[in-house]
Design a protein around this ligand. Structure first.
Ligand SMILES: [Zn+2]
Length: 266
């Protein structure tokens, strides 16, 4: 599932393939952009905020700037191919857009919230986001303050709320809480050292930036990349207790009941 580091990697792939290039042909396959034609537009920049991808474009006269926004959610992705190469990223009906340049094509599969907005109005799409874990404005104290502002919310839900801090998905949520020994349903008000928690999340995302395999254990071997995530009933790597899995809000949570005990009076 795409998290902040995956989105960052995707923005980087698009940056390498497209920055400075002229789009020769665009092919949008979503109703809201079906008539959009970006032929002649130039790609200025590819960047991201939290889990939002922003492809900044300039019109053929260099007068108008627009941003093509996309969100990967659980299953979206962008792939780039050399011109003329076979597209291997997935079935054709999943394609939402293809941008052709002289040397390459960028194909977006199963993208969500694909929209084109004036670049100076990007804030309408991403202005609600909290500090970006992989952004230049990363601010652990500010992120912790936003989390603390909703003291009754469970810490697991608070970490996923992109208005608090942008970039944590379910994998890092589960792993960070394990590493800090925190029961995922603990109300924010009862969680010590929120700054330490968001700082740890930041370090984990940073460690995985630039590679596609996400790991919190230090191992990149299949089946060894997480402490609790995806390991229901497997023995905890620290204490041997079977890892639990349960629904929490509309997501699933993995945790070790021994390493992450429920506080006595909750
Ligand atoms: Zn354990």
């Amino acid at each position: 599932m795409p998290e902040g580091d995956t989105v960052w990697n995707t923005a980087e792939v698009l940056r390498r393939a497209l920055t400075g290039e002229r789009i020769d042909r665009s092919d949008f396959r979503v109703p809201q952009l079906a008539t959009t034609d970006l032929a002649g537009w130039r790609v200025l920049e590819s960047t991201c905020r939290g889990k939002h991808l922003l492809l900044r474009l300039s019109d053929p006269d260099g007068e108008r700037r627009m941003t093509l926004h996309s969100h990967l959610r659980m299953d979206g992705m962008w792939r780039t191919y050399p011109a003329g190469a076979r597209w291997t990223g997935g079935s054709g009906h999943l394609i939402r857009v293809a941008l052709h340049t002289a040397g390459a094509v960028a194909v977006g599969y199963h993208l969500h919230d694909l929209t084109l907005v004036p670049t100076d109005r990007e804030e309408t799409l991403v202005g609600h986001l909290g500090p970006d874990l992989l952004g230049p404005d990363w601010d652990p104290a500010g992120a912790a303050r936003r989390v603390a502002a909703h003291p009754a919310t469970s810490i697991a839900e608070a970490l996923l709320d992109q208005r608090n801090l942008a970039g944590i998905g379910n994998f890092y949520k589960c792993e960070v809480l394990f590493l800090r020994g925190i029961w995922p349903w603990t109300p924010v008000a009862r969680v010590p050292d929120l700054v330490g928690i968001v700082a740890l999340a930041h370090r984990l995302l940073l460690a995985n930036k630039g590679r596609w395999t996400q790991s919190t254990t230090g191992s990149l071997h299949r089946g060894q990349t997480s402490y609790v995530y995806g390991r229901r009933a497997a023995p905890c790597r620290r204490c041997g207790t079977a890892i639990h899995k349960a629904d929490q809000a509309d997501r699933v949570t993995y945790w070790c009941p021994t390493c992450q005990p429920r506080p006595d009076d909750t």
